[in-house]
Design a protein around this ligand. Structure first.
Ligand SMILES: *[C@@H]1O[C@H](CO)[C@@H](O)[C@H](O)[C@H]1NC(C)=O
Ligand SMILES: *[C@@H]1O[C@H](CO)[C@@H](O)[C@H](O)[C@H]1NC(C)=O
Ligand SMILES: *[C@@H]1O[C@H](CO)[C@@H](O)[C@H](O)[C@H]1NC(C)=O
Ligand SMILES: *[C@@H]1O[C@H](CO)[C@@H](O)[C@H](O)[C@H]1NC(C)=O
Ligand SMILES: *[C@@H]1O[C@H](CO)[C@@H](O)[C@H](O)[C@H]1NC(C)=O
Ligand SMILES: *[C@@H]1O[C@H](CO)[C@@H](O)[C@H](O)[C@H]1NC(C)=O
Ligand SMILES: *[C@@H]1O[C@H](CO)[C@@H](O)[C@H](O)[C@H]1NC(C)=O
Ligand SMILES: *[C@@H]1O[C@H](CO)[C@@H](O)[C@H](O)[C@H]1NC(C)=O
Ligand SMILES: *[C@@H]1O[C@H](CO)[C@@H](O)[C@H](O)[C@H]1NC(C)=O
Ligand SMILES: *[C@@H]1O[C@H](CO)[C@@H](O)[C@H](O)[C@H]1NC(C)=O
Length: 611
């Protein structure tokens, strides 16, 4: 008997194809003649009496042409990860998530003929409204349930026009959705502006020298010119060229994390293809991972979901990108204003600080903070990085902050972590010293902070030599900032920094080029107690989130012990103890692979020398 019941059930219910155990639904919606869009819904696993108690979140990948059902789902936030293991932090735990392969032609979405591809952001938005009409036809229980559209990168640009078109349809009564918000993550909302920020951010981060900066800016301004004159297609091409300028000037910086480099084996042959691929990545470049995603999608997911045989999944659709090239550089800032002015739709924007393509400055995180920064090249030694934040009035004194011999980069720690205009979250600092001084941070030793060393094993062992380099660096600073050549100069140091600050002050005072400028030296925990300087270490590491309170206490204990040895004149023992600092921080204090010589990066197991 039960067998017949089941058979009856199967006959009367359209059995849903499914991949994995999560409650889901996937379907095509024909959004226009010849245009078939695919979506994949995962019902929330939240402990609620009905899933409609939770909002619907639509996830859109960037590109244009990046696939949400693949990248967004398996690589970012779906219920299964790339190893097909449960993802702990999947958004499905809280929301009903819909991955949409859009624009048509992306992922499992397809067109019957290339003429049906979209050419503008508005066409993309209208297709999306049609897709959502199909969605509510399939799932009428979601009508009225709060809806949020999350767009990543180019997806953020699409989300703006989708918000506008969805709201119009809601007001016209042609769709029964309840759109509450759109969100733009590292979004491509003002492309020309974004491209113009690449040079400054790389210069500020010390990743390019002045010439590299100028090459990048020249190229970016050309993209701007072409755009302003209405040559949109060529402006996109020029944007691609600007990317290659960036790679040339930075030796292949990783666009998605400017603190790292792209693998050198990468082939930079075709600039156009390369820049397009970078845009679609939405993540670090990793061909290996793409392979596995393409295998998962085409050999496992495709048959499980009953995707038509002729549709071949690709992480990024080149034809979709190419068809949108004339639209690529157009901003959606007016659309954002419209949403803010005329609707109650919540508009959210979030950004990672280390993303270059959709960079943070474009998104205003540096706000009004003024700065300039550069490398000073010291021949056969390396490049010394300095970062200058002028105060609001020119006649304020300059405060020079040097890194110390332990290798803590002031450009980063003392600046963001202590007294610069922005704090570690890039929020304006209330009591920054920049109100009273022009701040000049110098990563004094090549190999610390952003300063680079030509040869990692050739470490200068005399402070004389280092002071030579600093004199030269200061000279180049003044050459670049002639406006400040008469400003009084003070040097401020604490802890180990005094080792350099004292001889530098003496040298400046005895050099006619600078003797009029140098007015004073502030010494914090002076060099007489290098061990005491170490007491700051716990604070910094905790502030950076590398260790917890217990780790901080352990480091304090460590430095107290060193201090104690020093106070008993046991210098050799103290030095041995100091030499084990890196190991201690990582093995005993709970930090994981912290590199004390370059604190924004991790050490690898095979690192030699310094922890
Ligand atoms: C789900 O929620 C109900 C009611 O709040 C609660 O009694 C139950 O323990 C929850 N189940 C789980 C697995 O958390
Ligand atoms: C996921 O969560 C479980 C239980 O909280 C934990 O045991 C597991 O280590 C987590 N996995 C990852 C990859 O974080
Ligand atoms: C646009 O690029 C094409 C191909 O490189 C070139 O032939 C054309 O002259 C360019 N147009 C403008 C306005 O720069
Ligand atoms: C939004 O409102 C501001 C202030 O009223 C106005 O200046 C601006 O033009 C409006 N923008 C749009 C796109 O409607
Ligand atoms: C900044 O200073 C103002 C006025 O002194 C104070 O009200 C405010 O709480 C401070 N903000 C922070 C984040 O400390
Ligand atoms: C500094 O290093 C050089 C070789 O790099 C060595 O010859 C010299 O003795 C060292 N000086 C001191 C004071 O250690
Ligand atoms: C000051 O400079 C002169 C000339 O260059 C030099 O002879 C002298 O030793 C210097 N004094 C100090 C304290 O460095
Ligand atoms: C501090 O260090 C000493 C000597 O290594 C050790 O005996 C003691 O347990 C440590 N205390 C803490 C709080 O870590
Ligand atoms: C380290 O020394 C300071 C100053 O003597 C003291 O206040 C602190 O409690 C000590 N910390 C540890 C962990 O022993
Ligand atoms: C690290 O060292 C291990 C063992 O010496 C070696 O097998 C491995 O290939 C090394 N990895 C790298 C990235 O050099």
């Amino acid at each position: 008997m039960w067998f017949y019941l089941i058979a009856f059930y199967l006959l009367t219910h359209n059995v849903q194809a499914q991949f994995g155990d999560h409650k889901q639904y996937s379907s095509y919606v024909t959004v226009r003649e010849g245009a078939h869009m695919f979506y994949w819904l995962f019902y929330t696993t939240a402990n609620v009496s009905s899933y409609v108690e939770r909002p619907v979140v639509v996830w859109l990948q960037g590109g244009p042409g990046g696939s949400s059902t693949g990248i967004g789902n398996f690589d970012i936030l779906g219920p299964l990860d790339l190893s097909l293991q449960e993802r702990n932090y999947t958004w499905v735990k809280n929301f009903n998530v819909v991955f949409v392969d859009n624009p048509v032609g992306t992922g499992f979405s397809y067109v019957d003929d290339p003429q049906y591809l979209t050419t503008t952001n508005d066409e993309i938005a209208l297709d999306f409204v049609e897709l959502m009409r199909g969605f509510y036809r399939n799932h009428p229980e979601f009508e009225g349930v709060p809806l949020y559209i999350y767009g990543q990168s180019y997806g953020g640009k699409m989300a703006v026009d989708m918000g506008i078109r969805m709201r119009e349809a809601e007001e016209a009564g042609t769709i029964r959705s309840n759109l509450r918000g759109i969100a733009m993550g590292n979004a491509w909302i003002s492309p020309v502006d974004a491209t113009l920020t690449w040079g400054p951010i790389l210069l500020a981060a010390g990743l390019v020298d002045q010439r590299g900066y100028e090459n990048i800016q020249r190229s970016a301004r050309e993209a701007e010119r072409l755009f302003n004159e209405g040559h949109f297609f060529n402006s996109t091409a020029q944007w691609g060229l600007t990317q290659s300028q960036v790679f040339a000037a930075t030796e292949n910086v990783d666009f998605y994390n400017i603190l790292t480099k792209m693998p050198s084996r990468f082939n930079f042959g075709n600039i156009h293809e390369f820049s397009r691929d970078m845009m679609i990545r939405d993540m670090e470049y990793n061909p290996q991972r793409d392979m596995s995603l393409e295998t998962i999608m085409n050999t496992l997911v495709k048959p499980a979901l009953g995707i038509p045989e002729h549709v071949v999944w690709q992480a990024s659709s080149r034809i979709v990108f190419d068809t949108l090239r004339p639209d690529f550089m157009k901003p959606v800032t007016e659309g954002i204003e419209k949403l803010l002015n005329e609707t109650d739709i919540i508009v959210t924007k979030y950004n990672g600080n280390l993303d270059l393509i959709c960079s943070t400055p474009e998104n205003d995180a540096f706000g009004d903070v003024k700065y300039n920064a550069a490398f000073t090249r010291i021949r056969d030694v390396g490049d010394i990085f300095w970062w200058f934040f002028p105060s609001s009035e020119v006649d304020k004194p300059i405060l020079l902050l040097l890194g110390g011999i332990v290798g803590f980069p002031h450009s980063f720690l003392l600046n963001f972590g202590g007294l610069g205009p922005l704090d570690l979250n890039l929020n304006a600092r209330n009591n920054s010293l920049v109100e009273d001084f022009h701040l000049l941070f110098v990563d004094a030793l090549p190999g610390t902070g952003f300063s680079r060393q030509d040869d990692a094993f050739k470490v200068s062992n005399t402070s004389d030599e280092t002071v030579d380099h600093l004199m030269y660096t200061l000279q180049s600073f003044y050459e670049a900032n002639t406006k400040y050549e008469d400003a009084p100069l003070y040097i401020m140091e604490q802890g180990d920094g005094s080792l350099l600050a004292i001889p530098l002050t003496i040298r400046l005072a005895n050099d006619t080029r600078f003797s009029e400028n140098i007015k004073g030296l502030f010494l914090g925990n002076a060099i007489i107690s290098p061990a005491l300087a170490l007491t700051k270490l716990g604070f910094y590491l905790e502030e950076l989130g590398y260790i917890d309170g217990l780790g901080r206490e352990a480091i304090e204990n460590f430095s107290n012990t060193t201090s104690h040895l020093v106070s008993r004149n046991l210098f050799d023992e103290a030095f041995d103890q100091f030499a084990s600092l890196g190991e201690f921080v990582n093995e005993e204090a709970g930090a994981i692979a912290v590199n004390l010589a370059y604190i924004v990066q991790k050490i690898t197991r095979n690192s030699t020398g310094w922890y």
